[in-house]
Design a protein around this ligand. Structure first.
Ligand code: UDP
Length: 490
């Protein structure tokens, strides 16, 4: 143990390392803001590549940096909100501008084998200069975190940014193995033996657990990450206790687990938060949305990470065109592949005309909270799911990768706030058109909206003063201090 502390009454100091992915940075930043507002000192670490992307995509009009911005994405939060958040960047082992999307497995390898070495150098330096460092907070997808925390005498806090049910499954992988539901020739029947999960179909597991080959670098990485997460002293999660009560209880039986979600920056009306987090430049769509009638626009986005096959994208495009509804569609330049930046059918843009707006990135929370938006065709990313619930926008689900399959089950089957875009793959344009029309103007849309109201209320109550998420943060802070005092005394 290299961190020689003596008991003191200093405020806790957390080193928070964000996983270098858009969907993980957003809740990590919010966690930093939350803990800093509870009196923590925070040192927030981003990769150089992520920092480069955020600053490249930020312009004075869409980033809230302070006037004398010191290259920290937290400059404004530090100055205006007086939050004690230091910021630094480390390499992930790859050149800053290298295309990680096109070379995914190499990037996974770098985050597993190179990134931790750079993180360790940074942690060693911080611990040496700041004896008040208490804990290392790392995304649960960081297989090196517990060893690093132990080496420097820090408490290890995992940050879980997906549904609790996903972590509950990952924590019980041994049961899937023992019961023949994992790997080559896996059983196809329902899984009904995981604590906290009444029943789940194999097709609703994360995509990695549905694959036959479990030896890929992604699998090695995930299995190591989950083994490591189990060793954490605490897990903070972007979940809502009341929405996933049973898997959360099952997790709490194994590890101190605190549901403190939703972790997103919420200003009044979901306005821009104090910290820039977008990896791509945001197009403002408000002027266009302002011209559209109440609830008439379908918002379409498949998130920041997943790719979609060209044929499916074309079927969805033609289906949306056929439906006749207004739509705002985010198509990232690497949506199909970085090699094919404009995958839409030839002539599509002209044919839909004013009815459609297509951008490569936008401020999603601003769009979802606009009065013109009446439905969200989504890949079911966890942040998108929580944001849509917060804005009471019903979902049309088209999961592509990882946890999105499990999230679809929650959205459609458990909470009833969305429906499937198609029942079988490949999706056809006729089915897309029918589902879009039913969501935007049919009885299905009405049904989902009324269910959405109830679920939103549950989330609002959790977020409110005295609500479960607020109480859980406070309990975590108290318990962390107790654990730290006990460690110092030992
Ligand atoms: N997002 C955004 N602008 C866009 C598309 C997405 O700001 O044009 C944000 C969205 O609000 C969400 C995040 O990117 O917070 C995506 O996270 P999610 O978990 O939904 O999906 P992932 O990208 O991790 O697959």
């Amino acid at each position: 143990m290299e961190n020689q502390h003596t008991p003191n009454k200093c405020k806790p100091h957390a080193i928070l390392i964000a996983l270098p992915l858009q969907g993980h940075i957003i809740p990590s930043v919010q966690l930093a803001l939350t803990l800093a507002s509870k009196g923590f000192s925070i040192t927030f670490i981003n990769t150089e590549n992520i920092h480069h992307q955020i600053t490249q995509s930020s312009s004075p009009s869409n980033v809230s940096m302070g006037e004398d911005a010191d290259n920290s994405i937290f400059a404004h939060a530090r100055q205006s909100l007086e939050l004690d958040i230091e910021y630094l960047t480390v390499s992930d082992g790859l050149p800053i501008e290298w295309d990680r999307s096109l070379n995914h497995d190499m990037w996974v390898g770098a985050t597993m084998y190179c990134f931790p070495a750079h993180v360790e150098m940074a942690v060693a330096k911080i611990v040496k200069s700041r004896p008040s460092v208490t804990c290392l907070i790392a995304d649960c997808y960081s297989p090196w975190a517990s060893k690093l925390a132990r080496k420097y005498g820090l408490l290890h806090v995992g940050l879980w940014t997906e549904a609790a049910v996903v972590l509950d499954v990952y924590f019980h992988l041994h049961l899937l193995r023992e019961n023949g539901h994992l790997g080559p020739g896996a059983r196809k029947d329902e899984i009904d033996y995981i604590p906290g999960i009444k029943s789940i179909k194999p097709t609703d597991l994360t995509s990695y657990l549905q694959e036959e080959d479990l030896t890929t670098i992604c699998h090695q990485s995930i299995f190591a990450q989950i083994d490591d997460a189990k060793k954490a002293d605490f897990i903070l999660s972007n979940n809502i206790q009341e929405l996933e009560a049973q898997p959360i209880s099952a997790l709490q039986a194994q590890i101190p687990f605190y549901a403190i979600g939703p972790l997103f920056q919420t200003g009044p009306g979901f306005s821009k938060g104090p910290v820039a987090t977008s990896l791509w430049a945001e197009s403002s769509c408000l002027d266009w949305l302002d011209t559209k009638p109440l609830g008439s626009v379908l918002y379409v986005s498949f998130g920041s990470y997943a790719h979609i096959g060209k044929e499916e994208l074309v079927a969805i495009a033609n289906g949306i065109k056929l439906s006749g509804v207004n739509f705002l569609w985010v198509i990232r330049p690497d949506m199909v592949s970085s090699d094919e930046p404009d995958p839409l059918p030839v002539g599509f843009r002209d044919e839909v005309g004013e009815r459609g707006m297509i951008v490569s990135w936008t401020r999603q929370t601003e769009v979802l909270s606009h009065r013109a938006v009446g439905g969200f065709l989504t890949h079911c990313g966890w942040n998108s799911t929580l944001e849509s619930i917060h804005c009471e926008v019903p979902l049309l689900c088209f999961p592509l990768l990882t946890d999105q399959f499990t999230n679809r089950k929650l959205i459609v089957e458990d909470w009833g706030v969305g429906c499937n875009l198609c029942d079988e793959r490949p999706v056809t344009e006729k089915e897309v058109s029918r589902k879009v029309q039913d969501l935007m103007g049919g009885s299905m849309g009405c049904k989902l909206k009324s269910k959405m109201k109830q679920v939103k209320e549950v989330v609002d109550n959790a977020m409110a003063k005295g609500g479960s998420s607020q109480r859980n943060v406070d309990t975590f802070v108290d318990n962390l201090k107790v654990a730290w005092d006990a460690r110092l005394a030992s």
